[in-house]
Design a protein around this ligand. Structure first.
Ligand code: ADE
Length: 249
């Protein structure tokens, strides 16, 4: 996977993603990241890339020329026109299934705006996807781009050492992940659940699925509408709901 980030703050994105798992994935050549400084495409003698909004109002708007030119120069150089993801609170909210879909691409361009945003004509010309990381407003698109790059990268084969871990984690089957325990067996008087010490893999798996269902019901009941459950698990969920219904009365 090759990521290209169009930004006014290239070092912010590159420095933020060069450690730990993502840093190692870059070192191993599984992913690559290149930041393009939009300011390099300014035609202004003071290197300006923004100006006041037509019609008045607060703040500055990024001009269309440098944004489009930075993308076109990139396309020329790599001989492709990758999808352009514009980071905006007005976009579709990014989630695990959007990440999964994007992980299938060979290249992705992240367009990061700053100030009051980017001139609409540049967006109309180059943007293919409008994406948000949630219903709140940040000062720029760099953090959202970093969030998405982190999330997409761990779906690229080989990035996580552990093949299965991307599959049985939170949001798989639209359920939250089960609780995890490690040594010591007793911590401050609290014992690790007995079943996990049993060595009985089938029972452990069943217990974990039940914990996932219980946890999702408690913490994110909205996810259950789309959860993928067996008949037996559906019955388990119904008993949990009945128990909880009882508590509320
Ligand atoms: N830019 C500013 N806020 C944002 C958000 N919530 N998601 C994506 N891009 C943004």
């Amino acid at each position: 996977m090759k990521y290209y980030i169009l930004t006014l703050f290239p070092e912010m994105v590159l420095q933020g993603l060069n450690t730990s798992i993502i840093g190692r994935a870059v070192d191993k050549g599984l992913i690559s990241m290149e930041a393009v400084n939009i300011r390099d495409y300014s035609k202004d003698k003071h290197n300006h890339v923004d100006d006041a909004p037509y019609g008045g109002g607060a703040g500055m708007v990024m001009q269309p020329g440098p944004v489009c030119d930075s993308y076109e120069a990139l396309c020329q150089r790599i001989g492709k026109r990758p999808r352009v993801l514009y980071m905006t609170p007005q976009g579709k909210v990014f989630n695990q299934s959007v990440a999964q879909e994007l992980a299938g691409e060979e290249e992705l361009v992240f367009l990061c705006g700053h100030y009051e945003g980017i001139d609409e004509r540049a967006l109309e010309r180059i943007v293919t996807d409008y994406l948000s990381i949630g219903d709140y407003v940040l000062t720029g698109g760099e953090l959202p781009a970093m969030v998405m790059i982190d999330c997409i990268s761990r779906l690229v084969p080989g990035v996580l050492n552990n093949h299965v871990s991307a599959e049985i984690e939170s949001f798989h089957d639209n359920l939250l992940e089960y609780p995890q325990y490690t040594r010591p067996e007793i911590y401050e008087g609290k014992q690790v659940p007995e079943v996990l010490l049993s060595g009985h893999h089938k029972k452990i798996e069943e217990w974990r699925r039940q914990q996932s269902i219980r946890r999702t019901l408690e913490r994110r009941p909205d996810l259950l509408a789309e959860a993928v459950l067996t008949k037996k698990e559906e019955m388990y969920l119904e008993t949990l709901k009945a128990e909880r219904g009882g508590e509320e009365e």
